[in-house]
Design a protein around this ligand. Structure first.
Ligand code: IMP
Length: 198
C-alpha cells in the first residue's frame, strides 16, 4: 500500500516512516506543486480530516495528516488548535510557551494539569476517512527546563518521570507521546485490513 503524508515536516516524516515499515510512504516533497489548505477547523480532528481529504483528492492516493497541540485545563483547553500560533502569526516556540507561562502566572501546581493531543486522519480518494487520537497527560511547569524536543516541551512536566519533555531523549518521548499513541492505533488499523472497501 502507498500512502501520501500531508506534511513537509522532516521530524514527522521520519517518525511516521519508522512506525510504518510495511507501507510505501510518499510525502508532499514528492508533490512540490501542492499547497496545503488553511487549518480552519475548530478541533484537531476537523483540521486533520480537512488536510487528509484534500491531499487524497489531489493525489488520487490514500493520505495521512495529523494535527496536534496543547490543552491546559486552567485556560479552558487553550491554546488548543491555536498552539502553533498562540503568541501571534510568526511566533517562535519560545514566544508561545512564555505566553502560556504568563497566562498561568499565580496558578498553583495542582491546578496546572494539561495534555498534548494528536489526531491522525487517514483519507481515501473515494472520501472514506478514519481518525485516530492519542493523548499525553502532564502539568505545566512554573519555569522552562531542558533543551531537547520542540514546541511546549520545556514547560510540560511528565509527573511519573519528574522531568519535562525537553529533558527526555527522543526515544523516551516517542514511547509515551500523544503522536506515538495515535500512530500505534493507525498501525493496528492498517494491519487489520479493516480499511479495505467492501
Ligand atoms: P501542528 O500539529 O504541526 O499543527 O503543530 C501543533 C503545535 O502544537 C506545535 O507547533 C507545537 O507548538 C505544539 N505541539 C504539538 N506536539 C508537540 C510536542 O510533542 N511537543 C511540544 N509541542 C507540541
Amino acid at each position: 500500500m502507498k500512502i501520501v503524508l500531508a506534511t513537509r515536516n522532516a521530524g514527522k516524516i521520519k517518525e511516521i516512516k519508522q512506525m510504518l515499515p510495511a507501507t510505501e510512504v510518499l510525502t508532499l516533497n514528492d508533490f512540490p506543486a501542492l499547497a496545503m489548505p488553511p487549518e480552519t477547523g475548530q478541533t484537531f480532528r476537523d483540521n486533520a480530516l480537512l488536510k487528509a481529504l484534500f491531499i487524497a483528492e489531489k493525489t488520487g492516493l490514500p493520505a495521512l495528516a495529523d494535527d496536534s497541540g496543547l490543552e491546559a485545563d486552567a485556560l479552558g483547553g487553550r491554546p488548543g488548535v491555536y498552539s502553533a500560533r498562540y503568541a501571534g502569526k510568526d511566533s517562535t516556540d519560545t514566544d508561545n510557551y512564555l505566553k502560556l507561562l504568563r497566562e498561568m502566572k499565580g496558578i498553583a501546581m495542582e491546578k496546572r494539569k494539561a495534555r498534548f493531543r494528536c489526531v491522525i486522519a487517514l483519507a481515501f480518494p473515494d472520501r472514506r476517512a478514519f481518525t485516530f487520537d492519542g493523548v499525553f497527560e502532564g502539568y505545566i511547569t512554573l519555569e522552562p527546563r531542558g533543551a531537547k524536543g520542540f514546541g511546549y516541551d520545556p514547560v510540560f512536566l511528565v509527573p511519573e518521570m519528574g522531568k519535562t519533555v525537553a529533558e527526555l531523549d527522543l526515544e523516551e518521548k516517542n514511547a509515551i507521546s500523544h503522536r506515538a499513541r495515535a500512530l500505534r492505533k493507525l498501525k493496528d488499523f492498517l494491519e487489520s485490513g479493516a480499511w479495505k472497501s467492501p
